[in-house]
Ligand binder design. Structure first.
Ligand code: NAD
Ligand code: DAU
Length: 357
Protein backbone atom coordinates (compact mmCIF):
# COMPACT_ATOMS: atom_id res chain seq x y z
CA UNK A 1 0.00 0.00 0.00
CA UNK A 2 0.95 3.64 -0.20
CA UNK A 3 0.63 6.45 2.33
CA UNK A 4 -0.67 9.84 1.22
CA UNK A 5 -0.49 12.78 3.63
CA UNK A 6 -2.81 15.75 3.09
CA UNK A 7 -5.14 13.57 1.01
CA UNK A 8 -8.26 15.54 1.98
CA UNK A 9 -6.93 18.78 0.46
CA UNK A 10 -7.23 20.02 -3.10
CA UNK A 11 -4.43 18.14 -4.87
CA UNK A 12 -4.24 15.26 -2.36
CA UNK A 13 -7.92 14.37 -2.77
CA UNK A 14 -7.65 14.49 -6.57
CA UNK A 15 -4.61 12.22 -6.29
CA UNK A 16 -6.37 9.73 -3.99
CA UNK A 17 -9.49 9.63 -6.20
CA UNK A 18 -7.38 9.02 -9.32
CA UNK A 19 -5.23 6.43 -7.55
CA UNK A 20 -8.23 4.44 -6.34
CA UNK A 21 -9.78 4.59 -9.82
CA UNK A 22 -6.61 3.34 -11.50
CA UNK A 23 -4.98 0.96 -9.04
CA UNK A 24 -5.88 -1.94 -6.76
CA UNK A 25 -3.22 -0.84 -4.29
CA UNK A 26 -4.65 0.49 -1.01
CA UNK A 27 -4.10 4.06 0.23
CA UNK A 28 -3.63 5.14 3.83
CA UNK A 29 -4.70 8.79 3.83
CA UNK A 30 -3.30 10.79 6.76
CA UNK A 31 -4.74 14.28 7.14
CA UNK A 32 -5.09 16.66 10.06
CA UNK A 33 -8.27 18.17 8.55
CA UNK A 34 -7.35 21.82 8.90
CA UNK A 35 -9.75 24.32 7.30
CA UNK A 36 -8.35 23.11 3.92
CA UNK A 37 -9.08 19.42 4.52
CA UNK A 38 -12.50 18.33 3.26
CA UNK A 39 -13.61 14.70 3.42
CA UNK A 40 -16.58 15.57 1.23
CA UNK A 41 -14.01 15.55 -1.63
CA UNK A 42 -13.65 11.81 -1.02
CA UNK A 43 -17.32 10.88 -0.75
CA UNK A 44 -17.06 8.66 -3.86
CA UNK A 45 -14.76 6.39 -1.83
CA UNK A 46 -17.31 5.70 0.90
CA UNK A 47 -17.33 1.96 1.56
CA UNK A 48 -14.16 1.45 -0.51
CA UNK A 49 -11.94 -0.71 1.70
CA UNK A 50 -8.85 0.28 -0.33
CA UNK A 51 -9.07 3.78 1.18
CA UNK A 52 -8.24 4.08 4.86
CA UNK A 53 -8.48 7.51 6.45
CA UNK A 54 -6.70 8.59 9.64
CA UNK A 55 -7.12 12.08 11.06
CA UNK A 56 -3.64 12.94 12.33
CA UNK A 57 -0.93 15.60 12.29
CA UNK A 58 2.26 14.77 10.36
CA UNK A 59 4.14 16.53 13.17
CA UNK A 60 3.13 13.69 15.52
CA UNK A 61 6.24 11.61 14.83
CA UNK A 62 5.37 8.75 17.21
CA UNK A 63 1.98 8.25 15.58
CA UNK A 64 3.53 8.43 12.10
CA UNK A 65 6.02 5.67 13.09
CA UNK A 66 3.20 3.58 14.54
CA UNK A 67 1.12 3.94 11.36
CA UNK A 68 4.03 3.09 9.05
CA UNK A 69 4.87 -0.01 11.13
CA UNK A 70 1.23 -1.08 11.15
CA UNK A 71 0.47 -0.55 7.44
CA UNK A 72 3.94 -1.26 5.94
CA UNK A 73 3.70 1.16 2.98
CA UNK A 74 5.98 0.83 -0.05
CA UNK A 75 5.81 4.61 -0.52
CA UNK A 76 4.93 7.80 1.33
CA UNK A 77 3.72 10.80 -0.70
CA UNK A 78 3.74 14.03 1.26
CA UNK A 79 1.11 16.56 0.18
CA UNK A 80 0.34 17.81 3.72
CA UNK A 81 1.09 21.51 4.06
CA UNK A 82 -0.26 24.94 4.75
CA UNK A 83 -0.55 26.14 1.16
CA UNK A 84 -2.01 29.66 0.90
CA UNK A 85 0.46 32.53 0.44
CA UNK A 86 -1.92 35.22 1.77
CA UNK A 87 -2.50 33.24 4.98
CA UNK A 88 1.26 32.83 5.40
CA UNK A 89 1.63 36.61 5.30
CA UNK A 90 -1.01 37.13 8.00
CA UNK A 91 0.03 34.18 10.19
CA UNK A 92 3.30 32.40 9.36
CA UNK A 93 3.46 30.22 12.51
CA UNK A 94 1.28 27.38 11.18
CA UNK A 95 3.44 27.29 8.03
CA UNK A 96 6.63 26.89 10.04
CA UNK A 97 5.00 24.21 12.19
CA UNK A 98 3.48 22.03 9.45
CA UNK A 99 5.73 22.67 6.47
CA UNK A 100 9.04 22.58 8.33
CA UNK A 101 8.55 20.81 11.69
CA UNK A 102 5.87 18.51 10.26
CA UNK A 103 8.03 17.48 7.30
CA UNK A 104 10.97 16.94 9.67
CA UNK A 105 8.90 14.63 11.91
CA UNK A 106 7.57 12.77 8.90
CA UNK A 107 11.11 12.28 7.57
CA UNK A 108 12.29 11.00 10.96
CA UNK A 109 9.42 8.49 11.09
CA UNK A 110 10.05 7.46 7.47
CA UNK A 111 13.77 7.03 8.17
CA UNK A 112 13.21 4.76 11.15
CA UNK A 113 10.60 2.73 9.21
CA UNK A 114 12.93 2.51 6.17
CA UNK A 115 15.80 1.24 8.35
CA UNK A 116 13.54 -1.52 9.69
CA UNK A 117 12.74 -2.88 6.22
CA UNK A 118 14.22 -6.08 4.77
CA UNK A 119 16.54 -5.51 1.74
CA UNK A 120 13.82 -6.16 -0.89
CA UNK A 121 11.17 -3.74 0.44
CA UNK A 122 13.92 -1.23 1.34
CA UNK A 123 15.10 -1.19 -2.28
CA UNK A 124 11.57 -0.49 -3.51
CA UNK A 125 10.68 2.12 -0.83
CA UNK A 126 10.17 5.79 -1.85
CA UNK A 127 9.45 9.05 0.00
CA UNK A 128 7.97 11.51 -2.50
CA UNK A 129 7.78 15.14 -1.38
CA UNK A 130 5.31 17.37 -3.24
CA UNK A 131 6.63 20.91 -3.50
CA UNK A 132 6.19 24.13 -5.41
CA UNK A 133 7.84 26.34 -8.02
CA UNK A 134 7.60 29.22 -5.50
CA UNK A 135 10.83 28.04 -3.82
CA UNK A 136 12.74 29.40 -6.85
CA UNK A 137 11.57 32.99 -6.31
CA UNK A 138 10.34 35.52 -8.86
CA UNK A 139 11.30 35.98 -12.54
CA UNK A 140 11.37 39.06 -14.74
CA UNK A 141 9.49 38.92 -18.06
CA UNK A 142 12.65 37.97 -19.98
CA UNK A 143 14.24 35.50 -17.54
CA UNK A 144 14.34 31.85 -18.64
CA UNK A 145 11.86 29.51 -16.93
CA UNK A 146 12.94 27.68 -13.73
CA UNK A 147 14.99 24.54 -14.26
CA UNK A 148 15.84 22.13 -11.42
CA UNK A 149 19.27 23.82 -11.22
CA UNK A 150 17.83 27.25 -10.33
CA UNK A 151 18.91 28.41 -6.87
CA UNK A 152 16.24 28.84 -4.19
CA UNK A 153 15.10 32.44 -3.55
CA UNK A 154 11.80 32.11 -1.67
CA UNK A 155 10.03 35.40 -0.94
CA UNK A 156 6.99 34.61 1.23
CA UNK A 157 6.73 32.76 4.55
CA UNK A 158 4.91 30.01 2.59
CA UNK A 159 7.62 29.59 -0.04
CA UNK A 160 10.40 29.88 2.57
CA UNK A 161 8.80 27.12 4.63
CA UNK A 162 8.43 24.91 1.55
CA UNK A 163 12.06 25.61 0.57
CA UNK A 164 13.14 24.56 4.07
CA UNK A 165 11.17 21.33 3.73
CA UNK A 166 12.75 20.64 0.32
CA UNK A 167 16.21 21.09 1.86
CA UNK A 168 15.37 18.69 4.70
CA UNK A 169 14.16 16.08 2.21
CA UNK A 170 17.40 16.47 0.23
CA UNK A 171 19.49 16.19 3.41
CA UNK A 172 17.75 12.96 4.50
CA UNK A 173 18.78 11.43 1.18
CA UNK A 174 22.39 12.57 1.30
CA UNK A 175 22.94 11.93 5.00
CA UNK A 176 20.78 8.89 5.77
CA UNK A 177 20.23 7.34 2.36
CA UNK A 178 16.44 7.79 2.47
CA UNK A 179 15.21 7.12 -1.09
CA UNK A 180 13.51 10.46 -1.73
CA UNK A 181 11.98 12.13 -4.79
CA UNK A 182 10.88 15.77 -4.94
CA UNK A 183 8.50 17.44 -7.39
CA UNK A 184 8.28 21.24 -7.77
CA UNK A 185 5.05 22.14 -9.50
CA UNK A 186 3.44 25.31 -10.83
CA UNK A 187 -0.08 26.63 -10.03
CA UNK A 188 -2.76 23.96 -10.12
CA UNK A 189 -6.45 24.43 -10.87
CA UNK A 190 -9.41 22.07 -11.13
CA UNK A 191 -12.13 20.35 -9.06
CA UNK A 192 -12.15 20.65 -5.23
CA UNK A 193 -9.98 23.80 -5.25
CA UNK A 194 -10.68 25.75 -2.06
CA UNK A 195 -12.25 29.11 -2.99
CA UNK A 196 -9.55 31.22 -1.37
CA UNK A 197 -7.23 30.72 -4.37
CA UNK A 198 -7.49 32.82 -7.55
CA UNK A 199 -9.45 30.64 -9.99
CA UNK A 200 -12.06 29.13 -7.64
CA UNK A 201 -12.51 32.49 -5.88
CA UNK A 202 -13.24 34.19 -9.19
CA UNK A 203 -15.76 31.50 -10.19
CA UNK A 204 -17.55 31.49 -6.86
CA UNK A 205 -17.61 35.29 -6.49
CA UNK A 206 -18.75 35.79 -10.09
CA UNK A 207 -21.71 33.45 -9.63
CA UNK A 208 -22.59 35.11 -6.30
CA UNK A 209 -22.58 38.59 -7.89
CA UNK A 210 -19.61 39.67 -5.78
CA UNK A 211 -16.48 41.64 -6.71
CA UNK A 212 -13.62 39.84 -8.47
CA UNK A 213 -10.58 41.18 -6.55
CA UNK A 214 -7.47 41.49 -8.73
CA UNK A 215 -4.30 42.30 -6.78
CA UNK A 216 -2.25 45.29 -8.00
CA UNK A 217 -2.18 45.64 -11.80
CA UNK A 218 -3.12 41.99 -12.44
CA UNK A 219 -0.04 41.52 -14.64
CA UNK A 220 1.62 38.92 -12.39
CA UNK A 221 2.28 35.77 -14.35
CA UNK A 222 1.65 32.20 -13.23
CA UNK A 223 2.09 28.88 -15.08
CA UNK A 224 -1.17 26.92 -14.80
CA UNK A 225 -1.53 23.13 -14.75
CA UNK A 226 -4.76 21.11 -14.53
CA UNK A 227 -4.67 19.22 -11.23
CA UNK A 228 -5.18 15.78 -12.82
CA UNK A 229 -2.01 16.38 -14.85
CA UNK A 230 -0.10 17.14 -11.65
CA UNK A 231 -1.42 13.85 -10.23
CA UNK A 232 -0.27 11.92 -13.31
CA UNK A 233 3.17 13.55 -13.01
CA UNK A 234 3.45 12.41 -9.40
CA UNK A 235 2.48 8.85 -10.33
CA UNK A 236 5.10 8.96 -13.10
CA UNK A 237 7.86 10.24 -10.79
CA UNK A 238 6.93 7.64 -8.16
CA UNK A 239 7.22 4.89 -10.73
CA UNK A 240 10.22 6.02 -12.77
CA UNK A 241 11.99 8.82 -10.90
CA UNK A 242 15.62 8.47 -9.83
CA UNK A 243 16.03 8.74 -6.06
CA UNK A 244 17.65 11.95 -4.85
CA UNK A 245 16.47 13.81 -7.96
CA UNK A 246 14.00 16.68 -8.19
CA UNK A 247 11.54 17.10 -11.09
CA UNK A 248 9.85 20.32 -12.16
CA UNK A 249 6.22 19.92 -13.19
CA UNK A 250 4.39 22.56 -15.22
CA UNK A 251 1.84 23.19 -17.91
CA UNK A 252 3.89 25.28 -20.37
CA UNK A 253 1.07 27.71 -19.89
CA UNK A 254 2.07 31.14 -18.59
CA UNK A 255 -0.69 33.70 -18.25
CA UNK A 256 -1.11 37.06 -16.47
CA UNK A 257 -3.72 36.96 -13.70
CA UNK A 258 -5.96 39.49 -15.45
CA UNK A 259 -6.12 37.26 -18.54
CA UNK A 260 -7.14 34.34 -16.32
CA UNK A 261 -9.92 36.40 -14.74
CA UNK A 262 -11.15 37.49 -18.19
CA UNK A 263 -11.14 33.89 -19.42
CA UNK A 264 -13.21 32.81 -16.42
CA UNK A 265 -15.65 35.66 -17.09
CA UNK A 266 -15.87 34.87 -20.82
CA UNK A 267 -16.62 31.20 -20.14
CA UNK A 268 -19.24 32.07 -17.53
CA UNK A 269 -20.82 34.57 -19.95
CA UNK A 270 -21.23 31.60 -22.29
CA UNK A 271 -22.03 28.77 -19.83
CA UNK A 272 -24.11 30.62 -17.19
CA UNK A 273 -24.96 34.14 -18.44
CA UNK A 274 -25.91 36.78 -15.86
CA UNK A 275 -29.68 37.15 -15.56
CA UNK A 276 -29.42 40.94 -16.06
CA UNK A 277 -27.72 40.44 -19.44
CA UNK A 278 -24.50 42.17 -18.30
CA UNK A 279 -21.01 40.65 -18.51
CA UNK A 280 -19.21 39.14 -15.50
CA UNK A 281 -16.27 41.43 -16.40
CA UNK A 282 -18.24 44.26 -14.74
CA UNK A 283 -17.48 42.64 -11.35
CA UNK A 284 -13.67 42.95 -11.77
CA UNK A 285 -12.20 45.22 -9.07
CA UNK A 286 -8.53 46.16 -8.67
CA UNK A 287 -7.48 45.94 -5.01
CA UNK A 288 -4.31 46.55 -2.96
CA UNK A 289 -1.44 44.30 -4.00
CA UNK A 290 -0.21 41.30 -1.98
CA UNK A 291 2.90 42.33 0.04
CA UNK A 292 6.08 41.01 -1.59
CA UNK A 293 4.02 39.73 -4.53
CA UNK A 294 6.14 37.55 -6.85
CA UNK A 295 5.89 38.92 -10.40
CA UNK A 296 6.34 35.81 -12.49
CA UNK A 297 6.73 32.04 -12.14
CA UNK A 298 7.50 29.80 -15.11
CA UNK A 299 8.45 26.14 -15.09
CA UNK A 300 10.78 24.45 -17.54
CA UNK A 301 9.36 20.92 -17.48
CA UNK A 302 11.89 19.48 -19.98
CA UNK A 303 13.57 17.13 -17.51
CA UNK A 304 10.44 15.17 -16.58
CA UNK A 305 9.45 15.09 -20.27
CA UNK A 306 12.84 13.93 -21.58
CA UNK A 307 13.85 11.58 -18.77
CA UNK A 308 10.49 10.15 -17.63
CA UNK A 309 8.24 10.75 -20.65
CA UNK A 310 5.59 12.82 -18.81
CA UNK A 311 3.68 15.66 -20.40
CA UNK A 312 0.35 17.30 -19.53
CA UNK A 313 -2.82 16.03 -21.21
CA UNK A 314 -4.93 19.15 -20.87
CA UNK A 315 -4.44 22.54 -22.49
CA UNK A 316 -5.56 25.52 -20.40
CA UNK A 317 -8.59 25.90 -22.69
CA UNK A 318 -9.80 22.31 -22.07
CA UNK A 319 -8.87 22.27 -18.38
CA UNK A 320 -10.51 25.57 -17.47
CA UNK A 321 -13.74 24.57 -19.24
CA UNK A 322 -13.83 21.30 -17.27
CA UNK A 323 -13.16 23.26 -14.08
CA UNK A 324 -15.96 25.76 -14.72
CA UNK A 325 -18.36 22.90 -15.49
CA UNK A 326 -17.36 21.14 -12.26
CA UNK A 327 -18.09 24.26 -10.18
CA UNK A 328 -21.42 24.77 -11.95
CA UNK A 329 -22.35 21.14 -11.28
CA UNK A 330 -21.18 21.19 -7.67
CA UNK A 331 -22.77 24.28 -6.16
CA UNK A 332 -23.64 22.30 -3.00
CA UNK A 333 -19.93 21.58 -2.43
CA UNK A 334 -19.26 25.32 -2.69
CA UNK A 335 -22.15 26.12 -0.35
CA UNK A 336 -20.90 23.58 2.21
CA UNK A 337 -17.38 25.03 2.08
CA UNK A 338 -18.67 28.56 2.49
CA UNK A 339 -21.06 27.74 5.34
CA UNK A 340 -18.53 25.51 7.11
CA UNK A 341 -20.92 22.53 6.83
CA UNK A 342 -18.15 20.46 5.21
CA UNK A 343 -16.54 20.20 8.63
CA UNK A 344 -19.43 17.98 9.77
CA UNK A 345 -18.91 15.59 6.88
CA UNK A 346 -16.87 12.99 8.74
CA UNK A 347 -19.37 12.72 11.58
CA UNK A 348 -22.41 12.62 9.33
CA UNK A 349 -21.31 10.53 6.37
CA UNK A 350 -17.86 9.09 6.60
CA UNK A 351 -17.33 5.59 7.89
CA UNK A 352 -14.02 4.59 6.26
CA UNK A 353 -11.60 6.02 8.80
CA UNK A 354 -9.31 4.08 11.08
CA UNK A 355 -11.05 4.49 14.43
CA UNK A 356 -8.10 2.98 16.26
CA UNK A 357 -6.14 6.16 15.64
P1 NAD B 1 -4.44 22.32 0.46
O1 NAD B 1 -4.22 23.46 1.40
O2 NAD B 1 -5.66 22.31 -0.39
O3 NAD B 1 -4.43 20.94 1.28
C1 NAD B 1 -3.51 20.66 2.29
C2 NAD B 1 -4.00 19.44 3.05
O4 NAD B 1 -3.02 19.16 4.06
C3 NAD B 1 -5.33 19.67 3.76
O5 NAD B 1 -6.16 18.55 3.58
C4 NAD B 1 -4.93 19.82 5.22
O6 NAD B 1 -5.94 19.38 6.13
C5 NAD B 1 -3.69 18.93 5.29
N1 NAD B 1 -2.79 19.32 6.39
C6 NAD B 1 -2.37 20.57 6.71
N2 NAD B 1 -1.55 20.52 7.78
C7 NAD B 1 -1.43 19.21 8.12
C8 NAD B 1 -0.70 18.50 9.11
N3 NAD B 1 0.06 19.15 10.00
N4 NAD B 1 -0.79 17.16 9.17
C9 NAD B 1 -1.58 16.48 8.28
N5 NAD B 1 -2.30 17.09 7.33
C10 NAD B 1 -2.22 18.43 7.23
O7 NAD B 1 -3.13 22.24 -0.42
P2 NAD B 1 -2.96 21.81 -1.95
O8 NAD B 1 -3.17 22.99 -2.81
O9 NAD B 1 -3.72 20.57 -2.18
O10 NAD B 1 -1.39 21.50 -1.97
C11 NAD B 1 -0.90 20.20 -1.64
C12 NAD B 1 0.62 20.22 -1.70
O11 NAD B 1 1.03 20.59 -3.01
C13 NAD B 1 1.27 21.24 -0.75
O12 NAD B 1 2.43 20.66 -0.24
C14 NAD B 1 1.60 22.42 -1.66
O13 NAD B 1 2.72 23.12 -1.16
C15 NAD B 1 1.91 21.70 -2.95
N6 NAD B 1 1.66 22.49 -4.18
C16 NAD B 1 0.45 23.11 -4.39
C17 NAD B 1 0.22 23.78 -5.59
C18 NAD B 1 -1.10 24.45 -5.87
O14 NAD B 1 -1.21 25.16 -6.89
N7 NAD B 1 -2.14 24.29 -5.05
C19 NAD B 1 1.22 23.82 -6.55
C20 NAD B 1 2.45 23.19 -6.29
C21 NAD B 1 2.64 22.52 -5.12
O1 DAU C 1 3.03 28.28 -7.82
C1 DAU C 1 2.51 27.24 -7.03
C2 DAU C 1 1.72 27.84 -5.90
O2 DAU C 1 0.50 28.33 -6.46
C3 DAU C 1 1.43 26.85 -4.78
O3 DAU C 1 2.65 26.47 -4.20
C4 DAU C 1 0.51 27.48 -3.73
O4 DAU C 1 0.20 26.51 -2.74
C5 DAU C 1 -0.74 27.94 -4.42
O5 DAU C 1 -1.61 28.58 -3.50
C6 DAU C 1 -0.40 28.90 -5.55
O6 DAU C 1 0.14 30.14 -5.04
P1 DAU C 1 -0.27 31.57 -5.64
O7 DAU C 1 -0.02 32.62 -4.65
O8 DAU C 1 0.31 31.74 -7.00
O9 DAU C 1 -1.85 31.29 -5.83
P2 DAU C 1 -3.14 32.19 -5.56
O10 DAU C 1 -4.30 31.46 -6.17
O11 DAU C 1 -3.27 32.60 -4.14
O12 DAU C 1 -2.86 33.47 -6.44
C7 DAU C 1 -2.59 33.37 -7.84
C8 DAU C 1 -2.29 34.76 -8.35
O13 DAU C 1 -3.50 35.54 -8.31
C9 DAU C 1 -1.28 35.52 -7.50
O14 DAU C 1 -0.48 36.32 -8.35
C10 DAU C 1 -2.14 36.40 -6.60
C11 DAU C 1 -3.34 36.70 -7.47
N1 DAU C 1 -4.62 36.86 -6.75
C12 DAU C 1 -4.99 35.90 -5.85
C13 DAU C 1 -6.18 36.02 -5.17
C14 DAU C 1 -6.60 34.96 -4.16
C15 DAU C 1 -5.44 37.94 -7.04
O15 DAU C 1 -5.11 38.79 -7.87
N2 DAU C 1 -6.63 38.05 -6.37
C16 DAU C 1 -7.02 37.14 -5.44
O16 DAU C 1 -8.12 37.30 -4.83
Amino acid sequence: MIVVTGGAGFIGSNFVLDWCAQSDEAVLNIDKLTYAGNLENLQDLQGNTKHIFVQADIANGDLMRELFNKYQPRAIINFAAESHVDRSIHGPADFIQTNIVGTFQLLEAAKSYFKSLAPGPALAFRFLHVSTDEVYGSLSKIDPAFTEKKNFEPNSPYSASKAASDHLVRAYHHTYGLPVLTTNCSNNYGPYHFPEKLIPLMIVNALAGKNLPVYGDGQQIRDWLYVKDHCSAIRCVLQKGVTGETYNVGGWNEKPNLDIVHMVCDLLNEMRPRTDGKKYQEQITFVTDRPGHDRRYAIDASKIANELGWKPSETFETGIRKTLQWYLDNQQWVANVQSGAYKDWMNKHYVGHDKAN
